[in-house]
Write a protein that binds this ligand. Structure first.
Ligand SMILES: Nc1nc2c([nH]c(=O)n2[C@H]2C[C@H](O)[C@@H](COP(=O)(O)OP(=O)(O)OP(=O)(O)O)O2)c(=O)[nH]1
Length: 323
């Protein structure tokens, strides 16, 4: 749900990522709300301050780094902490200076797989999901009706080019045929370190060794609870704010919102455009991919409108754009 408070505080947060992929965390000092919990460095925006200037000021004051290089990761609101806040989170991959606790707080570098050893501020799970997810999310075109050899060749090329997350979509296939296809695709994707999400029943995830589910908005509306444990991805399709709230209600890790532009696969749906995408997505506490008629060149617009990145069939499938 969105946080329904007018005087919500705007907070700039920086996730410093080092060359080994470790994250910089800081422990909140004893005299502050949330004392003892670990957080990513950052702080409150001052009146009239641009949010990236706020990040620069806070990181210089708190950990002594300047000249930040990075990209927006996620903006979301929550009231799970000491007070309602809107976090503007950046991923920072470059900086000047040696990070250290300049205000007496303890800071440390931590590997992502060690994060469960420390007590993080509530809602840090949203930031971690955004960090773990790639900027591009491939939705596969139907195999039914396509040339099988060309389809698997294109998949191999997409994986070779760095695809790390894909949804296996083929509504025309029976469950049995879809499961057989999924087994092959999972094996191929895992060789490249990519994750595969299915859009069938939850038990198929275990059977074929997939990495999670991505369900349609209709299926999400009918679901009563999250069908998978937290170690698996659970994603939802949405087209508006109400469907995003339904995704949050069943504890989805992330969502897609479509259509942002005109699409070949759903030509009749009226596109949202970037302002429409951003207003439906709003500051909800989950990563949201922009979907529908998008391609790699749209990624910077996506990041500027609070998207995790772009999701696409044709726009990310080798050879599709010239087909
Ligand atoms: N820095 C930071 N704050 C977070 C995160 N998650 C989260 O809910 N918050 C909340 C906790 C606080 O209520 C608020 C940050 O406020 P703050 O008190 O640290 O801000 P500040 O540095 O300007 O504080 P102050 O000591 O000057 O009052 O945002 C996070 O990952 N990093």
């Amino acid at each position: 749900m969105t946080v329904d408070v007018d005087d919500v505080l705007d907070i700039a947060v920086g996730v410093l990522v080092d060359a080994e992929g470790r994250l910089l965390i800081a422990q909140r000092r004893p005299d502050t709300p949330g004392a003892g919990f670990w957080e990513f460095p950052g702080g409150k925006r001052e009146d009239g301050e641009a949010i990236f200037d706020c990040l620069g000021r806070e990181l210089a004051e708190e950990i002594g780094v300047t000249d930040l290089r990075g990209a927006p990761l996620i903006r979301f609101a929550h009231d799970r902490g000491p007070r309602p806040v809107r976090l503007h989170v950046w991923r920072i991959d470059g900086w000047t200076g040696e990070p250290g606790g300049r205000e007496g707080q303890t800071v440390r570098w931590i590997a992502r797989d060690a994060l469960d050893e420390v007590e993080l501020l509530p809602a840090t799970d949203v930031i971690l999901a955004a960090l773990a997810l790639p900027r591009r999310y491939l939705i596969t075109p139907r195999l039914s009706g396509a040339d099988r050899k060309a389809w698997f060749g294109a998949l191999e090329e997409a994986l070779g080019r760095g695809t790390r997350l894909l949804r296996l979509r083929d509504p025309d296939l029976s469950d049995a045929r879809y499961a057989r296809l999924a087994e092959v695709v999972v094996e191929q994707a895992h060789r490249h370190g990519a994750a595969v999400l299915l859009d069938r029943d939850a038990d198929m995830v275990e059977t074929v060794g997939a990495d999670g589910l991505h369900w349609s908005a209709e299926r999400i509306a009918a679901a009563r609870r999250r069908p998978l444990p937290r170690e698996r991805w659970f994603a939802a399709s949405a087209h508006d704010a109400r469907e995003l709230d339904a995704a949050i209600a069943v504890d989805a890790d992330f969502a897609t919102v479509s259509p942002v532009a005109v699409t070949a696969s759903h030509p009749k749906a009226g596109p949202l455009g970037w302002p429409g995408f951003e207003s439906q997505r709003d500051d909800r506490a989950l990563p949201v991919y922009a979907l529908g008629g998008l391609e790699v060149a749209d990624e910077s617009d996506a990041l500027a409108h609070n998207a995790q990145g772009i999701a696409a069939i044709r726009g990310l499938w080798p050879g599709a754009a010239d087909a």
